[in-house]
Design a protein. Structure first.
Length: 313
């Protein structure tokens, strides 16, 4: 008789959902959740709920459903390096200059507003017009029809914001009359293969802003990279301490060895408890930081709407 096949999402070697889960199993599930948060598969509320359930889980049967709908289905995942390769770190520009037909070529706001953000295809020339209104042209997650694109902005008693990802070369050639164009992002060399964005147009009693900004997922990924590096440094220091302790234990009597082993067991248990508390604290800090970022974004949006209303008045 063959052994029963492990159920979907059950960790290898642990086919029974009644088996008790270890701290390492819970931490591996937590890593899957952190990856899903960084990739945008979970929002902060879902992440917090699932993370709490992970650290409260006692058996594999309680761990399996937590990640069942994620790419690594429902089980502790092997350690995944958070360090991206050269192409991904540089934005994978070859995969984002795709040619073809653009998603949109115009943006118009008359006593209102418009947005172009998320995944969209930027044409060789995108024209925008705002009169007593405002617009946001966000290129951070966009694909590009050509290596050089022109964003033409005409703002009359209104404002526009052009958001570009890091690595893109920006050239600003707009003219402002009782208004202005933001030139702060000029002069930064673009990465090899990255598109060139030329911002042109005219602003009268209005303004056109240009800024470089990471996406929220990219900010979260960088935060996870820093956290991973911190954990690796801590593990290296712990290994050095263990090596020093082993050297000091050589030549001790059996009674001293027994006392030392009991001390080591107690120390390891306390260290695991402290590590669990640290992880919970870091996760709470991450949720708090995400709430602060969402609050800041809402405040910026309110300020932008307030400015647009002032322009209309």
């Amino acid at each position: 008789m063959t052994d029963p096949e492990p159920s979907r999402g059950t960790p290898p070697g642990s086919p029974s959902p009644e088996l008790r889960a270890s701290d390492a199993d819970r931490e591996q599930v937590a890593e899957v959740l952190r990856d899903a948060l960084a990739e945008g598969r979970l929002d902060m509320e879902e992440f917090g709920e699932r993370l709490d359930a992970t650290y409260k889980a006692r058996t594999y049967g309680e761990l399996v459903p937590i990640t069942r709908d994620l790419p690594v289905a429902g089980a502790p995942a092997p350690a995944v390096s958070m360090i991206k390769g050269p192409a991904e770190t540089r934005g994978d520009w070859a995969g984002r200059i795709v040619g073809g037909e653009p998603s949109s070529q115009w943006g118009v706001a008359i006593m209102s507003g418009f947005e172009r953000k998320g995944r969209w295809r930027v044409p060789r020339r995108f024209n925008s017009f705002a009169f007593w209104g405002g617009g946001v042209i966000d290129l951070r997650e966009a694909d590009f029809v050509d290596h050089e694109v022109v964003i033409n902005c005409v703002a009359i008693m209104g404002g526009m914001q052009v958001v570009v990802p890091p690595g893109v070369e920006v050239v600003v050639r707009g003219l402002g009359v009782m208004g202005g164009f933001d030139h702060r992002e000029e002069g930064v060399r673009g990465e090899p293969g990255a598109p060139r964005v030329i911002v042109t147009g005219f602003a009268f009693w209005g303004g056109v802003g240009v800024e470089r900004k990471l996406t929220r997922a990219e900010r979260q990924r960088q935060k996870e990279e820093r956290r991973q590096e911190k954990l690796e440094r801590r593990a290296a220091r712990q290994e050095e301490l263990e090596a020093s302790r082993r050297e000091a234990l050589e030549g001790r009597s059996p009674h001293q060895d027994a006392l030392g082993q009991a001390h080591d067991i107690h120390r390891d248990a306390m260290e695991q408890h402290r590590e669990l508390l640290r992880k919970q604290r870091e996760d709470r800090d991450a949720r708090r930081q995400a709430r602060h970022e969402e609050r800041d974004e809402r405040r910026d949006e309110r300020e932008e709407r307030r400015q647009n209303r002032r322009h209309r008045d």
